[in-house]
Design a protein around this ligand. Sequence first.
Ligand code: ADQ
Length: 470
Amino acid sequence: MARLVIVSNRLLLPGTAQARAGGLGIAMREALRGGGGIWVGWSGDVVTHPADAPRLTTRAGVTYAAIDLSSKEHKLYYLGHANATLWPLFHFRLGLMEYRRDAARAYLDVNRRFAKIIASLLEPDDLIWVHDYHLIPLGQELRKIGVTNRIGFFLHTPFPPAEVLIALPRNEMLVEALCTYDLIGFQTEDGVRAFMGCVTELAGGLDLGGGELSAFGRRSRAAAFPIGIETEGFAALAAQAADSEDTRRLEESLGGRALILGVDRLDYSKGIPQRFEAIDALLSDWPEHRAQFSYLQIAPYSRGEVAQYRSLRREIEQLAGQINGRYAEFDWTPIRYVNRSFSRQTLAGFHRRARIGLVTPLRDGMNLVAKEFVAAQNPDDPGVLVLSRFAGAAHELREALLVNPYDVDELAGALRRGLLMPREERVARWNAMMAVLRTNTVETWSSGFVAALEGTPPPQALRVAGGASG
Ligand code: ADQ
């Protein structure tokens, strides 16, 4: 098998808390399993003069190549174009999108700098796998400096349809950059369809069927690769954590009440204010549920330097205060809102104890928390997943209670239904979802993408005669 070179915005060195925290760290570790590969990315450090060469560390046969950012790059590329322009755009939140030409330029410049560094690490047969919206132009920049390896790209977020993407100035550059990859992976078929729409409507390219496309003088392929979790590993972790000190303390604090649990990064894509409003609606419309449950929302701060995240923080704090003020008793508060993060094991134990997993993003590429909640359940007495229709995970977890997260009353109704659902129904729904998670794991995701990339024709063979688009 060819050597794999993975590139993502953040590089997580093994053994660090963030690498253990889940998500990206686990997915990349899975992709690099077998050893011999390289993972390149931003170290997380912001320095005055970033070095031209990466800092290399080798652990268990994998080379980690860390690149620092300057404070200007951090501000304009990372906080600016990636997280204040592309993140809201890709989550269909045009009202929150900011655009600055200097940030767009810095985004391209950082991708160009990454490309030069990566080119110096490559061997001829390496497969290059680029991750996420921060690095869309990377493949094109690698091609410009003569890299002829196969290059694949995977987008962890949703991809917006052409009518939304056109709000981005110079959107055709983004579409062209994506078309430069030999394989473009999305979380769902919706993502593939939206991208194909952009290729044909905005770039004059051709949809050749079966995910094949022709645009900007070359051919390439787009496909869905829904990301999964380490299903059996997470289930085992949750079973162990059932007796942990943290789970016991949580149990005692609940005093026999049902637990509704939300676990997210504090991000406006996750729909947290709507969840709080749904708790308000549930308590006001069905007073018999008062003091019968506790809703624990775990949401550590993220991207605090971006203005939209600071105002979200204020909004949620106010809502929690108002709702708790309205319904709390001297020995009960409906909402426990916690801004710190917890270890994977502690979270696994909390998921297992929860009667309801409340996962209601307004838009989400996949949402691994939904999958972790299901995997963590006790097979004999599982909880109920209340899941947004607009999370990628809703395409696979059809037996969840699927809701429109904007409809607070529908959400409140689903919470009530979950609280009252008989055990047999919970078991039947859980079995169906768990069967899907046992089939689609993080391992099948990673090996599926790599096999598909290896199966693409060599890049040199893909030029379309004449070089014209379409
Ligand atoms: P995220 O938006 O970060 O990821 P998500 O998939 O829900 O969202 O979570 C990633 C991981 O972070 C999970 O393993 C989860 O356990 C962990 N996590 C989340 N909240 C946490 C908390 N409060 N404390 C500790 N750990 C927490 C992006 C996309 C998603 C996509 C993933 C993977 O936005 O749509 O599912 O990448 O492709």
